[in-house]
Design a protein around this ligand. Sequence first.
Ligand code: GCB
Length: 743
Amino acid sequence: MRKVTELDKNWIFVKGVKGIAEARVAEGVLVSLPHTWNAADGQDGGNDYYRGTCWYRLALQRPELKDGERAYLEFDGAAMTADVYLNGEKLAHHEGGYSRFRVDITEKLIETGNELMVAVDNSDNSRVYPQKADFTFYGGLYRMVRLVIVPKAHFSMDYYGGNGIKVTPVVTLAENGEETASAVVTVEIWAEGSAEYVTVTVADETKQAAVTDGYAKVEFHLEAVHLWDGVEDPYLYTARAELESGDAVEVRFGCRSFRIDPQEGFFLNGRSYPLRGVSRHQDRKGAGNALTPAMHQEDMDIVKEIGANTLRLAHYQHAQEFYDLCDENGIIVWAEIPYITMHMNGGKENTLSQMRELIIQNYNHPSIICWGLSNEITAASAVNEELLENHRELNDLCHELDKTRKTVMADVFMLEIDSPMLEIPDINSYNLYFGWYLGEMKQTDEFFDEYHSAYPERCIGFSEYGADANPAYHSAKPDRGDYTEEYQCIYHEHMLRMIEERPWLWATHVWNLFDFAADGRDEGGKHGENQKGLVTIDRKTKKDAFYLYKAYWSRENFIHICGRRYVDRTEEVTKIKVYSNQPSVALYVDGIFVEEQKGSRVFEFEIPISGSHKVAAQAGEYRDEIIVKKADEINKEYLFVKEGDIVNWFDKEDFHEDCYSVGDTLGEIAKSPEANAIVQKLTAKATASRGDVAESVKDNPALQRMMQRMTLQSMLKQAGDVIKPEEIKALNDALQRIKKVTD
Ligand code: GCB
């Protein structure tokens, strides 16, 4: 029997001390695990959260060890690198903040007074990923640490944090005439410490096999297999393996088959099963990344509520508890390592070891169907032989460790579609932000159509898309870059229509289900947060766009009126938008019936307003209600761009349609040498502010073409603070004096 003790209490945490001598005697503070030292400063922005070495100290009782038993420490997550010391001696060094590792301490334990010390470091370096990315790199022992005592002969404890058992079900689906599917389930085990035989039980059948050189393989044939069938029926089997020493491991697995077709998308167990879902980061307000089981469960409850059937667990290995929840709830998962944004010359070994750990530790989860090699890796790195080689090695490693799953990459929009990068993984996916960071929403449609017609034999997905929204911000004229809930809705309405018309997209993942901490950000009225979530970082507010997805995906009947936070409205006639999965919606104002609409998911009404009104929408027994009030002036609390900023120079009455303006595309402006010349000066300044973007535009004809379709205003907004609103206004005034060149 193995004995497992959680070491969650009585740790002394010492911050900002480099050497062990000092850390041993430092007073420190008492903490419990999970713990991160960036729970507060990693979330309030400004790039100044603490990145460095901190220490965790624990007085460890010597466990009683009998008959050759061994004692291991098991760390589920120490971010980002860890050095483990027992009684002053360094026993292990681990690089990678998201995976499990173990340390054998058997020989180093002393009779009394054992002192465990762990130095954890999240400072920057040039070896361990991630180093450059849009999220906070929390430091700490932010997942559980355990003491595990195993008998002399035990399942492997020393191999990349795995648990020594690999279960591979191969399903044969029912064909004409047959009623049920069958499966061959291969159970492989690895043992250390001279085991002789293993007893394996799967679905009430028990078999024994000899263990040779620490390895054994047993096969089971399951007739009438109960499939793991996604959200409909995520049935899990258990495999239990026991050595003669009494050491036992138990894992759950699922029998399912899948395939991905470049024209028809994803198939689960032989039937079309379009993957439509969201991404998730592992953090939340106040806790940082030190999440409790209840927090994981709450996240999964929200995934279920929105009705997603897939999750991209970005941008690193998530907690075992969460992959377990995905298994139990039938959610199809994209798992990945943090090889992100920027390739590092000295980082290849780390990408390989993080991938090894990801696969070995997560192989048995039926929810996972692909391994992500990298994310937007060409955003700040050129496509050269070194980058290609790193990807080829990762790709080969995945196939060597796992014959059953696909490899995938999340490509940045400026990666040319004919790049050799795209030929490496089995399938691909693009992150596109047209309509948010740049360009117009419909460029997304055009991009995918171009890709699909150029490469009809390739599987392509939509791995990221989104628009930031601060639920405090509102507008009757939502616009790109205004951070309003209303623009986020319009953006996602477009994307959902776009996706529906392209069933060949093998998977689509909204970026992101939850707002998350991104220390480098300071925008949209919040510090240190990426607000592309459909739900706020504290999980308390579901933004309106959440209900749009729910209307598309969920079978739980509901009705939702948008704009409950947009109370004060200056317009005489206001728009009331309702999201529902019901076929018709009736609207009432102040208790009086106004109109009933038949439709699908998005229902739009217009009502005149004069005072304070109670607006209700009803579909059968489902009902929702909001209050709106006629206001004389715009409520400043609703605006990201506050008073004094220049917002709407288009509203001027003297706007000349026959002259140029910042609302024209770069392509249109280029037709007039005069207009082009004055624009060039400002755009040069804008692109210079984003060195990485400027570089890629220069060498990238596809991107240049795309930029021709962008409005000047979109392009300038990219530059953020570099171009002042006054400068844009002056530019617009100058353009308004130049007559348009007609073809
Ligand atoms: C991306 C990245 C993701 C960012 C996202 C954004 O493409 O992959 O990590 O958070 O864009 O919101 O800009």
